[in-house]
Design a protein around this ligand. Sequence first.
Ligand code: C2E
Ligand code: MG
Ligand code: MG
Ligand code: MG
Length: 277
Amino acid sequence: TVKNQIHSYYAFYNEELKSRIIHNKEMEDRMETALAHHEFCAYFQPKYDTETKELAGAEALVRWNTGDGRIIPPTDFIPVFEENGLIVGLDEFMFREVCRQQREWIDQGRRAVPVSVNLSRYNIFYSSFINKYQDILREYEISPKLVPLEITESVMSEDEVLLRNIIDELHSIGFSVLMDDFGTGYSSMTMLGSMPIDVLKLDKSFVDDIGDSKGEKIIRSIIDLSRGLGIRLTAEGVETEEQYEFLRKMKCDEIQGYYFAKPMPGSDFQALLNTEK
Ligand code: C2E
Ligand code: MG
Ligand code: MG
Ligand code: MG
């Protein structure tokens, strides 16, 4: 069964992990205090339908509000949390936070849109995350359809068979699975055909190449390929009108980027959700 596979993989993975762990007790304490003091919060970056420019959903992105007025971006602490394993707890906190927030918005009668959360490589292969996430969905009575999971492309090369089984299991529960940062990892184009993902997120580095004829050819072929495979496409890091227009012509499904909106606090995102049903 997939559980046994996960278990044995994790036993191996755990050993490897342990040997790499920085026994940073101080950081652990700091994180626990931060969780207890509600210093972490979710920001929401809207995603838009490329054709209609309608709000199509959001991505939840963690922010660390240290209490002295500073907001630390995830790139400053996530690598450390990945080193010492704290990332598992942080991802779970974010998943719970999004479910809680979705429940609140639904209860207010607002339009429900999917809000994706990021799942670190440590969580994906950590045997109990699926059960834990299901418990959280039940607790808040939230459909898994409203909380798609973003998995970064670089994990695709780790254990393909196991990962495919995990994605199958996530699908059987009702989750959608997005491949994040596509183009930055090592996964080959052929893996797209065998990995049952629902959405491919085209990395910002590709979007940055719009305007360059070679870059545009590459994007065009990725869009053609994903369309041929029945995978939806979201472009991330769209910053200019020119990039938007190109992606619209290419019929990229959704876009996310500063051109439309930056990540924002829940209270601001809530205002974008129509209160009429
Ligand atoms: P990501 O998942 O690829 O998220 C997109 C990042 O691109 C976000 O950075 C977002 O603010 C940024 N971005 C979006 N549009 C634009 C744009 O037009 N221009 C530019 N320059 N940047 C744009 P952020 O919030 O700093 O997050 C960085 C990374 O940290 C994320 O990349 C993700 O890998 C990780 N991360 C964030 N939250 C979580 C979390 O809760 N769990 C885990 N495991 N990772 C997270
Ligand atoms: Mg992401
Ligand atoms: Mg991304
Ligand atoms: Mg990215």
